[in-house]
Write a protein that binds this ligand. Structure first.
Ligand code: UDP
Ligand code: MG
Length: 310
């Protein structure tokens, strides 16, 4: 049986050697029966990552490398890896920073051999994350699941095993806005979770700041649900009903009390409230529209500059 570890790497010269050594030394019960390949996707690193990968790949024919022409993002890197891994029996996606412990590998394989097509790690604690990330991640999953057509398991990352049928299914999804967690969830198949304690990053730095995480969340939510887009019909109806009631009240007041000129405050509040609502709804339409625009361009998801041992 052939299994590929799919590892996206971006500027990971510090974490990469540590990761490779740890995994080379890591032994697990099924190791004899399994041919474990490494499939690194170099996502346009500007440091020594690629030369390190080249060196490792020269020494070990089980190491395969795809190198992008620039940074295209982790989602594109995972997609490229899955495209290259269609002949494997299964793929395990892992980060290079050892935040997902290698001890997950035997557990994943065991569950897979029990018949699960997808096995994913769920973080039981996020103690290794900063408090702000913990809170925002919590709210993200709550909000996503509130809106999404298919709720996803909270705190399940990209770290997971995918069987061949799942890989093939994922590759059938043609969209360019690839929020992988949403897509993993969308394809279905018999899946199970494995609890995992996320470790602190072993070397190097996280590649995400909060602005990127915010954009990533928007990407996920707009890809997973159209509810935010459709919501405005109902907000509009409610505001229209309130407006009619208010108009009746104003008319009645005029008939009863005549027309004393005041009402500045109520007019201002109404104008500001309604224009705020309109701008929010326009903004959300913009979010979806920009994504339709990107999809419509039909550009490739990534460009490969070099392949090694592939
Ligand atoms: N990564 C990538 N391209 C990017 C950003 C990250 O391939 O544009 C890789 C990175 O090298 C690592 C994995 O994705 O192997 C997870 O990144 P990171 O550890 O920074 O994310 P975090 O664990 O902080 O969410
Ligand atoms: Mg990490």
């Amino acid at each position: 049986m052939k299994i590929a570890l799919l590892i996206p790497v971006y500027n990971e010269e510090e974490a990469l050697p540590l990761f490779y050594d740890t995994l080379q030394k890591f032994s697990f019960p099924q190791k004899e029966r399994i041919e474990l390949h490494y499939l690194f996707v170099n996502d346009g690193s500007q440091d020594k990552t690629f030369s390190l990968l080249k060196k490792i790949a020269q020494e070990n024919p089980l190491v395969h490398v795809i190198s992008f022409s620039r940074n295209f993002g982790k989602e594109a890197a995972i997609t490229a890896g899955l495209t290259a891994a269609q002949n494997y029996d299964a793929v395990i996606i892992m980060d290079v920073d050892l935040q997902d412990p290698p001890s997950l590998i035997p557990t994943f394989i065991q569950k897979w051999q029990e018949g699960f097509e997808m096995v994913y790690a769920v973080r039981t604690t996020r103690a290794s994350d900063p408090w702000l990330k913990r809170i925002t991640a919590n709210y993200f999953y709550k909000f996503y699941n509130l809106l999404a057509d298919r709720p996803m398991p909270p705190h399940a990352g990209d770290c997971r095993l995918l069987s061949r049928v799942v890989i093939k299914s994922l590759l059938q999804l043609p969209e360019r806005e690839r929020f992988m967690k949403g897509l993993f969830n969308w394809v279905g198949f018999k899946s199970t979770s494995v609890p995992s304690v996320r470790q602190p990053r072993q070397a190097g730095n996280t590649k995400w700041n909060y602005w990127q995480l915010w954009k990533f969340s928007l990407q996920g939510i707009t890809a997973g649900s159209t509810l935010l887009l459709r919501l405005w019909t109902y907000v509009g109806i409610i505001i229209a009903i309130i407006a009619v009631l208010f108009a009746c009240w104003v008319a009645l007041k005029k008939i009863i009390y005549g027309n004393p000129v005041n009402g500045y405050a109520s007019i201002m509040v109404t104008i500001l409230f309604c224009s705020g609502i309109q701008l929010i709804s326009l903004g959300i339409i913009g979010e979806y529209l920009s994504r339709i625009f990107m999809e419509a361009k039909q550009r490739p998801l990534y460009l490969i500059e070099e392949k090694i041992n592939l």
